[in-house]
Ligand binder design. Structure first.
Ligand code: ADP
Ligand code: G3P
Length: 504
């Protein structure tokens, strides 16, 4: 085992990149964070500059080390967690991306997805990958890049360019980039590409053929917890030689950080989007109610654990939209006081179908609506409806999970940047009629990546050692009458109907 007393985790999210350093008790020792630009070149398009992301990652690593006065010898390992599905293609020799990364929310691949869905396409992809055919996933984004970037298909065929999700991009750069960087991805990230066989945990050759994706540009698929290589590519030699020992998509990392190791364990994360994951044990469960079948995690050679997932495309990003596009508030946290200044939503409901609707509807033809507007409604009512939108969407996902698995929900463990908003958590408890529990370390995404890396190098002996680190910070209990709850839910569903069938 490496001597270091700490584990670092890079959390590369949709909105920002963070580096967090944890001690053996899973306590945060240092954190640094930096936002990157969101590019919206056309309606429905969302891009990131992968080079900017890599620069920001280097900045936050350096800053967190400086804050904690730590050097490479103090760290036992580094883990990575990332926004999922976002697609990067880069030049193997120079390390330059060939185009901006296409972000998971981007809907430009709608026509490709419809083409792939013809005939038995939807079932064919779902049976193999566990996923609903949608613009959300990486495969169609890669197809778009191959079809629309001049010369890219030829360069891919000649082995000059590499494809990866953000975990691959970071591991390759961290382990040396053009000078021998390891081109790998973990199973959780691979499970979001629409290219991996969910049972075999290998690229599906039939899918690659159908999508005409050159095999040589894909990373190798590894577990979520093993040594992929050692740091060799950070600016000024930072963390030189530290093992890069864990990677998980951010939602899987949050599940792991919440110590949801057992079948039936559940968590819900509220960041840019919101994502509910239920651990379903060592076999995938096929959803009949619009949920995705995905990986929970795979630790080294141990059998993979699977999960059912409900994905909400727009959650915290609706608060950002309220701030940046409407200028209604100056900072995201201001929405809480504004929404709390009124007793209810004044009769209005906000369905934020900016990227269509994800689970459980999967309707790319939906667009956002505010239903129930009257002259009475103020921006405070809309602020409240914005927070309620995350609560009602979560309720739809819980209903789907109960219908699929028959689980009885006793409490909901939550995390993510948006959960510092207490009113949101009260609205959630009211919408779901269960206790909502926020853990003491709310950065469970970074913590999960640190756990995966720490387990790989023996920093923690086993998952039982991690369970002891979890403890509740606060609990919110339901307060509304059942009749009112169900009435409000019916109104929400009517608003969802108004959002559907908008795009021709
Ligand atoms: N107090 C708050 N109330 C409501 N939303 C918030 C609050 N603080 C942050 N957010 C939202 O949470 C999101 C950031 O959460 P984070 O977990 O950092 O996201 P990501 O991992 O997707 O980058 C932003 O979309 C922001 O608008
Ligand atoms: O950046 P987040 O935290 O909203 O997570 C994005 C998801 O991984 C997209 O699937």
């Amino acid at each position: 085992m490496h001597e270091g007393r700490f584990i670092a985790a890079i959390d590369q999210g949709t909105t920002s990149s963070r580096c967090m350093i944890f001690d053996h008790d899973g306590e945060v020792v240092a954190v640094a964070q930096k936002e990157h630009a969101q590019h919206f070149p056309k309606p429905g398009w969302v891009e990131h500059d992968a080079s900017e992301i890599w620069r920001n990652v280097q900045d936050v690593v350096a800053e967190s080390l400086e804050t904690a006065s730590l050097a490479a010898a103090d760290l036992a390992a580094i883990g990575i967690t990332n926004q999922r599905e976002t697609t990067v293609v880069w030049d193997r020799a120079t390390g330059e991306p060939v185009a901006n990364a296409i972000v998971w929310q981007d809907t430009r691949t709608d026509a490709i997805v419809r083409r792939l869905g013809e005939g038995d396409g939807v079932d064919w992809f779902r049976d193999r990958t566990g996923l609903t055919l949608a613009t959300y996933f990486s495969g169609p984004k890669l197809v778009w890049l191959l079809e629309n970037t001049p010369g890219l298909r030829e360069r891919a065929g000649a082995g000059e360019v590499l494809f990866g999700t953000i975990d691959s991009w970071l591991v390759w750069n961290l382990t040396g980039g053009p000078d021998g960087g390891r081109h790998t991805t973990d199973v959780t990230n691979a499970s979001r590409t629409l290219l991996m066989d969910l049972r075999e945990l290998a690229w599906d050759e039939d899918i690659l053929e159908r999508l005409e994706i050159p095999r040589g540009m894909l990373p190798e698929i590894a577990s979520s917890s093993e040594v992929y290589g050692t740091v060799a590519g950070l600016r000024e030699g930072a963390l030189e030689g530290v093992p890069v020992a864990g990677a998980l998509g951010d939602q899987h990392a949050a599940l792991f950080g919440q110590t949801a190791f057992d079948e039936g364990d559940l968590k819900s994360t509220y960041g840019t989007g919101a994502f509910l994951l239920l651990n379903t044990g060592d076999t995938p469960v096929a959803s009949q109610h619009g949920l995705l079948s995905t990986l929970a995690f795979k630790l080294g050679d141990a059998p993979a654990q699977y999960a059912l997932e409900g994905s909400i495309a727009v959650s915290g990003s609706l608060v950002q939209w309220f701030r940046d596009q409407l200028g209604a508030i100056d900072s995201a946290s201001e929405i809480e006081a504004l929404a709390a200044s009124v007793d209810d939503n004044g009769g209005c409901y906000f369905v934020p179908a900016f990227s269509g609707l994800f689970a459980p509807h999967w309707r790319s033809d939906a667009r956002g609506v505010i239903a129930g507007l009257t002259g009475y409604v103020t921006k405070a009512h809309i602020a409240r409806a914005i927070l309620e939108a995350s609560a009602w969407q979560t309720r739809e996902l819980i209903d789907a999970m109960v219908a699929d698995t028959g689980i009885e929900l006793h409490e909901l463990r939550v995390d993510g940047g948006m959960t510092e908003n207490s009113l949101l958590l009260q609205l959630l408890a009211d919408a779901l009629d269960v206790e909502v529990v926020r853990p003491h370390v709310v950065e469970t995404t970074a913590l999960g990546a640190a756990y995966a890396a720490g387990l790989a190098v023996g920093f923690w002996p086993d998952v039982d050692a991690l369970r002891a680190n979890w403890r509740a910070d606060a609990t919110w209990r339901p307060t509304v009458e059942p009749e009112r709850r169900e009435r409000e839910y019916r109104q929400w569903k009517k608003a969802v109907d108004r959002a559907l069938d908008w795009v021709d």
